[in-house]
Design a protein around this ligand. Sequence first.
Ligand SMILES: NC(=O)c1ccc[n+]([C@@H]2O[C@H](COP(=O)([O-])OP(=O)(O)OC[C@H]3O[C@@H](n4cnc5c(N)ncnc54)[C@H](O)[C@@H]3O)[C@@H](O)[C@H]2O)c1
Ligand SMILES: O=c1ccn([C@@H]2O[C@H](COP(=O)(O)OP(=O)(O)O[C@H]3O[C@H](CO)[C@@H](O)[C@H](O)[C@H]3O)[C@@H](O)[C@H]2O)c(=O)[nH]1
Length: 328
Amino acid sequence: MKTILVVGGAGYIGSHIVKQLLKAGYHVVIFDNLSTGYRKAVLGGEFFLGDLANRDDLQRVFQTYSIDAVMHFASFIQVGESVHQPNKYYQNNVVNTINLLDIMLAHGVKACIFSSTAAIFGEPQIIPIDEKHPKNPANPYGRTKWMVEQILADYDKAYDLRAICLRYFNAAGADPECQLGECHEPETHLIPLVLQTASGRRKSITVFGQKYDTPDGTCIRDYVHIQDLCQAHILALEQLLQGASSAEYNLGNGEGFSVREVIETAQQVTQRAINVIYGDNRAGDTARLVADARKARQELGWNPQFADLKTIIQHAWQWELQQLKATE
Ligand SMILES: NC(=O)c1ccc[n+]([C@@H]2O[C@H](COP(=O)([O-])OP(=O)(O)OC[C@H]3O[C@@H](n4cnc5c(N)ncnc54)[C@H](O)[C@@H]3O)[C@@H](O)[C@H]2O)c1
Ligand SMILES: O=c1ccn([C@@H]2O[C@H](COP(=O)(O)OP(=O)(O)O[C@H]3O[C@H](CO)[C@@H](O)[C@H](O)[C@H]3O)[C@@H](O)[C@H]2O)c(=O)[nH]1
């Protein structure tokens, strides 16, 4: 049985992956400092409370377990915050990642799956965006992720550390069995905020900007179901464990939805009125991000099952209603 270390496995995406890895029969060790994650979101495996900034924590986990591959989800993730507090982002997303890579090398662990992002591309020159599209991140968050991708390429050349970088567009939705879902505090992502407005947990949703160069003036994003992201990770892991070379894959559905379209779809799904306020642009946002994910389909055999925005929102709504019940 292969042992997979999931760094950041108590977070939104990591916790869903842990569930799917366990289902697929892996031995899973979770390393997380719970800065933005939740212990209760870790549904199984062996949990290790530790911080990537602390080399002793890392040393302990690598000494305790014989790890075959690492999946690295731990980072700070808010585009807007990264503009105002870049030091926080460079420290955790870059410096702490180097700690992780160096401890991996020290223990001969040379396979890694890295959570990258569409934010590495910046304002796109061509839509949809394929892997070769120029990288020109528009904010410090995106720059940290692009830096790590470049560090990984150098580590491959110098130390044979193989890495698959999965560039998610907008991760969304929830576990269809409703055991897990998105739970960021504070929540900054569009779909959960819209649904919290529909459920009454929030008074309104503010649309950030209406003068973008898009048909309705609001930003366009490519929303991808968390369950489909899990499938891509497991396929990438299988390839890595079989000796595949380093690679990068864009993960999205190839269809973009504007902020307004997301709100309209949420209204249809929830059958609730959603109070909308129009506000200024958010720092660091780009007008349009849509993926060309053909490479993942061809090389990984990725076959998204929940590409429909309605389904993504339905699953997130099911989760929101459950969260609401828990707070009542
Ligand atoms: N959510 C998205 O739409 C999206 C899109 C593209 C890429 N990503 C990337 O996917 C990854 C996971 O995102 P998420 O939405 O699950 O975020 P999240 O905040 O829910 O999860 C991150 C997890 O990492 C842990 N963590 C952070 N710093 C740590 C440290 N120094 N040591 C140990 N643990 C630490 C947190 O406690 C948390 O459990 C991130 O790397 C993010 O950049 C997310
Ligand atoms: O209250 C809100 C929140 C968001 N938006 C807009 O909705 C869109 C989506 O925003 P959000 O859900 O915050 O996602 P992004 O900023 O697109 O970033 C996400 O998606 C990126 C990849 O595209 C990831 O790298 C990031 O980690 C992740 O936060 C953007 O146009 C925002 O301006 C609003 O109008 N109002």
